[in-house]
Write a protein that binds this ligand. Structure first.
Ligand code: ATP
Ligand code: MG
Length: 581
């Protein structure tokens, strides 16, 4: 490819509306252009990278036994109603209406479509297991599309769905995808690691997200340096999550005491009260899917909303308004409590595991300006359900090793999930077993954000000069840079000759034939991030040499006659380092 022939508009200035470095580089390196928030056009260089990532994904999916198909992006709403997600996912669903005033959905994901296919096509245990995948455009009505391709309204996803006859089979399918994902990200040159993820109401421990550590990520990952534990904060536990507050009961009955103006945990912890946060019960009034509930947390803990949703199966939860609280409990926030004797309502009470067995606690008296002390949870509270609902904090002991946990930000690039029979039951994807009985197929689903992965590579592989593409996904492995571009000149002639030889060896090259100063060409090539630049200048050619400059590495001179072999060897070694196909 000649630079002048393609379309590679680099930018010197950092675009003002790009907040994170990978987004800035996407634009500056001429990979994409924004149409409007959350919608991007892929320019030739961006598209080349995208195709390479897709190719790696396809190879690894095929190797893991996946079979590719392609489903429609436009979907009828009846399957969404049947799965129950027309309601529960309505926040992200793009709905469109046709001329006959019928509503449709632009697919944010394809469980409904694939399960409908399976319902019609997979009827016997002999056809199982099957793992279907596609690479396709998804639509999500993200409220705040941002960070370029990271959170877009339209993006490319690889989604796969496995159908098994048995639970053990489904676990094997899950493991194959888990292993394939590790290989895919490694081959893309990405350091991504699997963490335990929220499984929502489906429960179980069979969901992992693949995370790329990055300050700009939107996820918090809790991990132990031993490598034995890593989980999304939405799911993470520590030893502190299961250990109850130590008993400190005086045996006394709950005692009401005046706390005028005290409405926070901190105020009750301060003089003259001095009740440590750990010995307070925080009472939250929440409205989950329009039903009120009380959620009790230890005073020094914070509620993890994802855990609450997962444990209750609620779709949405919000704090009750002050008016709703007064109507329900007869007191304002700051004096609330769940001591049975002070509760005038039959609202469900959920409590965090860390409170279990707590004694000598202090909580609100459901009377403005008053609290209760000497509260023993088992004796004085009527807890309807105990769950792990707290958010793990830095430094708490790892459940596996006891070592202090750390937390870091990360980008979710992939997700594997054992679904069980949730969708196959709802959409009737059953099969006949060998003994003639009929069962719903056991499913798994597996997603990779292809466009997000592309940007995550940039987020991880860049320096002050621009992108540093791993050779496996670089738009071109080699940038040939003749410093004189006049047709027939020695640098240009040699560059064209070298290009022909490299292309013949299967190495993709771009030849910078622009009549620009060397500094401009070098800067652009570094910004776009080609892994190897080959400089052909009159001075070094006169000495019989060509310069090889790996991106981010040191320059090396090689004899003209050996240049092609040297470049081929360099590219092959880099490819192998990343684990070629
Ligand atoms: P997030 O929590 O970031 O919103 P998700 O958990 O809803 O993502 P999944 O349904 O698991 O996403 O989708 C599979 C993959 O698709 C994700 O791991 C991510 O890489 C990618 N993805 C999801 N939403 C977007 C988006 N709005 N823009 C780009 N990629 C996305
Ligand atoms: Mg996810």
């Amino acid at each position: 490819m000649l630079w002048s022939q393609t379309f590679l508009p680099t930018l010197k200035e950092t675009p003002a509306d790009a907040e994170i470095v990978s987004h800035q580089l996407l634009l500056r390196a001429g990979l994409v252009r924004k149409l409007t928030g959350g919608l991007y056009t892929f320019l030739p260089m961006g598209l080349r990278v995208l195709r390479k990532i897709e190719r790696i994904i396809r190879q690894e999916m095929d190797r893991a036994g996946g079979v590719e198909l392609l489903m429609p992006a436009l979907q009828p709403i009846d399957i969404w109603q049947a799965s129950g997600r027309y309601e529960t996912a309505s926040g992200v669903l793009f709905k469109v209406r046709d001329s006959a005033r019928k509503d449709w959905v632009l697919g944010p994901t394809h469980e409904e479509v694939i399960t409908s296919l399976a319902a019609n096509e997979l009827n016997s245990y002999r056809q199982l297991p099957k793992n279907f995948y596609q690479i396709q455009t998804k639509f999500r009505d993200e409220i705040r599309p941002r960070f370029g391709l990271m959170r877009a309204k339209e993006f490319l996803m690889k989604d796969a769905y496995s159908f098994d006859a048995t639970d053990a089979g489904a676990m094997a399918s899950y493991q194959r995808m888990y292993d394939a994902y590790n290989r895919i990200f490694a081959r893309c040159g990405l350091q991504a690691f699997p963490v335990e993820a929220d499984t929502g109401v489906i429960g179980g421990n069979h969901s992992h997200e693949f995370m790329v550590p990055a300050e700009t990520g939107e996820n918090d990952v809790v991990y132990c340096e031993s490598g034995k534990y890593a989980a999304n904060i939405e799911k993470a536990v520590s030893r502190g999550s299961v250990e109850a507050t130590p008993a400190e009961s005086t045996g006394a009955a709950p005692e009401r005491f005046a706390t005028p103006g005290v409405v926070t945990i901190e105020a009750l912890a301060a003089a003259p009260y001095g009740v440590s946060a750990r010995h307070q019960i925080k009472t939250l009034v929440l409205i989950a899917d329009s039903k009120p509930m009380l959620v009790l947390m230890r005073g020094d803990d914070s509620l993890n909303e994802a855990k609450l949703l997962a444990k209750t199966g609620a779709v949405q939860v919000r704090p009750a308004t002050p008016d709703e609280i007064v109507a329900l409990l007869g007191a304002r926030p700051g004096s609330l409590g769940a001591v049975a004797a002070t509760l005038k309502t039959a609202v469900p009470v959920l409590a965090d595991e860390a409170l279990r067995g707590g004694r000598g606690m202090t909580t609100g008296a459901n009377e403005d300006g008053f609290h209760l002390r000497h509260v023993d949870i088992d004796r004085d509270l009527k807890v309807g359900a105990w769950h792990d609902l707290r958010t793990v904090k830095v430094g708490e002991a790892c459940v596996e090793t006891g070592q202090p946990l750390k937390i870091r930000r990360a980008i979710e690039v992939g997700h594997v999930f054992k679904l069980g029979t949730k969708y196959s039951e709802k959409l009737n994807a059953t099969f006949l077993a060998e003994d003639g009985s009929r069962h719903p197929a056991v499913m798994g689903c597996y997603g990779i954000g292809v466009t997000r992965t592309l940007q995550a590579v940039i987020e991880q592989c860049h320096d002050k000069d621009g992108i540093r593409w791993p050779v496996s996904v670089a738009p071109f492995a080699v940038c040939l840079t003749p410093l004189v571009v006049t047709p027939g000149s020695q640098p240009m002639t040699l560059a064209l000759d070298l290009q022909a030889r490299l292309e013949a060896a299967g190495i993709e090259t771009i030849l910078d034939d622009r009549d620009e100063r060397p500094g401009v060409k070098f800067k652009d090539s570094e910004l776009v991030g080609f892994p190897l630049r080959v400089n052909l200048g009159e001075k070094s050619l006169a000495k019989g040499e060509i310069e090889l400059k790996p991106r981010g590495g040191t320059m090396r001179m090689v004899p003209i006659a050996e240049a092609a072999a040297e470049v081929i060897a360099w590219v092959r070694a880099e490819s192998e380092r990343l684990g070629a196909a």
